[in-house]
Write a protein that binds this ligand. Structure first.
Ligand code: WTA
Length: 658
């Protein structure tokens, strides 16, 4: 119901918007086979949300059942206290014991076109062997292991081997630079690094081992480096430190008993960008995490594990890959597709050809991908038979209604529900999403919090908003929630639990319509979202300021039709330094070297001065407006006096922005 406390202009705007919105109920055809077609799960969770999660946890194998479902001392949660289990046992051994040894776990396809089919039985064998390799290298329960690999089967094998022996992993996305890798290794104090000679991306080999060597040179905690042979690139192997994966595996003992882990033992660290220059090591533990990723993977995608072929096209280096390529699908005994390369190699129909060849039934990807496919044109999907598809998912950034409709029509043939799933590295698993057999969809909306999840939109003061826009918050703990920031409990409280009392603040804006649907509006803090990847403005700024020619830098995310946002850097050079296109290019390269290509500014704008508040804070919002209002060329660097003039003029017009 509309509330009378909302500002009228907001309500009018929303009502106008929602008048035009079409609604798409689940079809009878889809409902016939769907796992959930009514509100029963919501009703059950509303009655007793802790009991609801405990029943979901029982879908896993436990050595010891828990004594207490939840101990909650805000902001610290412990789920399934006293319970013990092993994640790799739940993902592998129990399926093999249930007669599923020959079921395919991964249909893997390399970018050059090579393929591997890996059954649950084979995956279990590999994982046990690699677990013994790790032990042989001195890795003990509780030690951290860093992983820097391309999208090859050895990546899930390494993760599951870590989980088997109770050594938390820290996977670093292969697109990150040597320096970014070094910082993450040092923060985690990892003992072993697993990498490859390289990986294939758009036809060329990415030099992972070179980056790894540069990182390890300054990361003395690393005692051993294990190297997978992938591209056959000629890489130096340091005696006593580096060993080939295949040599170690050839001699490895084939049996390794899984460790009995406590439900609250650390499963992994995953670094993500926040509002400061230092990435945060997000901590995920064992029992609650696996419970919620398995539950959401099953019900959000309406998984029928015996017949579905599921494909999450993310990279395992991000949380989406951790939860929905590795842990969720394997816990559910699903058959997945895993693909190494880019969607346009050798041609722009690679994805659609994969869907046709493997008979993919569920596709999960990011809006940036969808918008790119829209730009390329419908001739690419039309050239392939994609009638196997039955559910489509979206994740990572807000999906605009146009992209949603295009996805629904041109990829799903108007027959497949689109589940827009909102969640974060910190939430570990999907939080707001439709259930495809039960929820009436609205293109562009993530619809409702899942059963067991409580989300609310609040205003500036933390008052609940019933209709209209505000800040997205979560009002009670959930099983897969982060347990903290590695080594920094105070930063954890401060970042997520201090802005609004008794609430987790997600950093996102959201609107509620009069049907209670959630519409995600993007970040409201200093985090940018580029192609669904989180990049911190401050992190890019410190990379720029690190360059000897730069005096000061301010970075903003501006709207971009394809990637959602694009990075624009306003840079003031030191005295005596001249702005030029070459200098701009040099700075863009510098950021790539410091962080990685995902953080490279699209445009560098040189200005004599950066607009600041009286307290000295850079007025980013003003810069964003300036950038949004202009047509900023693709990779060009501007030293445009008109822009500088505009900044100056507007800075004097609105000097009060804090
Ligand atoms: C954004 C990715 C709108 C959001 C799983 C969030 C979304 C950040 C959606 C987390 C969605 C993710 N609609 N925005 N369906 N999904 N986001 O940690 O801003 O890489 O805070 O996790 O992505 O990004 P992260």
């Amino acid at each position: 119901m509309p509330s009378d406390t909302e500002p009228p202009e907001d309500r009018a705007a929303i009502e106008a918007l929602f008048d035009e919105v079409r609604t798409i109920p689940p079809s009878d055809e889809f409902k016939k086979r769907a796992l959930i077609t009514d509100t029963s799960l919501y009703d059950e969770a509303n009655q007793d949300w802790q009991g609801f999660w405990a029943r979901q946890a029982l879908a896993l194998d436990w050595y010891d059942e828990w004594d207490t479902i939840l101990e909650w001392k805000l902001p610290f949660a412990q789920w399934f206290v006293g319970g013990t289990l092993n994640v790799s046992h739940n993902c592998l051994d129990r399926h093999v014991a249930n007669g599923l040894a020959d079921r395919v776990a991964y249909h893997w396809e390399g970018e050059p076109g090579d393929t591997r089919t890996i059954t649950y039985g084979e995956l279990l064998n590999e994982v046990q062997k690699f677990a013994n390799v790790l032990k042989g290298l001195g890795v003990e329960r509780g030690d951290r292991v860093n992983i820097y690999l391309p999208m090859i089967p050895e990546l899930p094998v390494a993760m599951l081997a870590c989980a088997r022996i109770g050594a938390p992993h820290s996977v670093v996305f292969g697109g990150f630079s040597a320096e970014a890798l070094r910082d993450r290794i040092l923060d985690a104090q990892a003992k072993v690094l697993i990498t490859a000679d390289g990986g294939w991306r758009r036809g060329s080999a990415v030099p992972l081992k070179v980056n790894a060597d540069n990182a390890v040179a300054e990361a003395p905690t690393i005692e051993h480096v294990v190297v997978v042979r992938r591209t056959e690139a000629d890489v130096p192997m340091q005696d006593g430190r580096d060993q080939w994966w295949h040599d170690l595996m050839a001699d490895a003992f084939p049996r390794c008993e899984p460790e009995r882990m406590d439900a609250e033992d650390l499963l992994y660290l995953l670094y993500t960008s926040g509002t400061t220059a230092k990435p945060k090591g997000i901590m995920h533990t064992t029992g609650g995490y696996l419970t919620q990723v398995a539950f959401t993977h099953k019900y959000v995608f309406d998984l029928h594990a015996d017949t579905d072929v599921y494909w999450c096209a993310a990279d395992i280096g991000w949380v989406t890959g951790h939860s929905y390529i590795v842990y969720g699908p394997l816990a559910n005994g699903a058959t997945s597709v895993m693909y190494e390369g880019t969607p346009d190699f050798p041609d722009k129909d690679r994805w659609w050809s994969i869907i046709e060849r493997y008979g993919v039934t569920i596709l999960y990807c990011a809006p940036t991908g969808i918008r790119t496919f829209m730009k390329w044109g419908t001739q690419y999907p039309e050239a392939h038979d994609m009638s196997s598809l039955r559910v489509l998912g979206s994740v990572g950034e807000p999906i605009n209604p146009e992209a949603w409709m295009w996805y629904w029509e041109h990829i799903g043939g108007g027959r497949c529900p689109v589940v827009d799933t909102w969640w974060q590295t910190e939430t570990g698993a999907i939080m707001i999403s439709p259930l495809p057999g039960a929820t009436t969809l609205k293109p562009g909306s993530a619809t409702f919090p899942l059963p067991g999840i409580a989300a609310e939109v609040v205003d500036e003061k933390g008052n609940k908003v019933e209709l209209g826009g505000g800040y997205l918050t979560l009002t009670r703990p959930w099983p897969s929630m982060l347990r903290g920031i590695y080594g920094d409990p105070e930063r954890y409280r401060e970042t997520y639990w201090s802005r609004f009392e008794d609430r987790y603040f997600a950093g996102d804006g959201a609107k509620l319509d009069d049907g209670g649907y959630f519409w995600l509006l993007g970040r409201v803090d200093d985090v940018m979202n580029i192609s669904g990847h989180r990049v911190s403005t401050t992190e890019v700024e410190s990379a720029l300021v690190d360059h000897p020619s730069v005096a000061e830098a301010a970075v903003v995310g501006t709207k971009d039709e394809t990637t959602g946002q694009a990075i624009i850097a306003f840079v003031t050079l030191k005295g005596g330094q001249e702005p030029s296109d070459e200098r701009g290019e040099e700075l863009r390269k510098h950021v790539t070297a410091k962080i990685g290509a995902i953080a490279r500014p699209k445009t560098v704008i040189f200005t004599d001065d950066l607009p600041k508040t009286r307290s000295g804070k850079i007025m980013r919002r003003l810069l964003r407006d300036v950038a949004d209002g202009r047509d900023l060329g693709d990779t060009t660097t501007l030293a445009d006096p008109a822009v500088v003039e505009e900044i100056k003029r507007r800075a004097t017009v609105s000097p009060t922005e804090e």
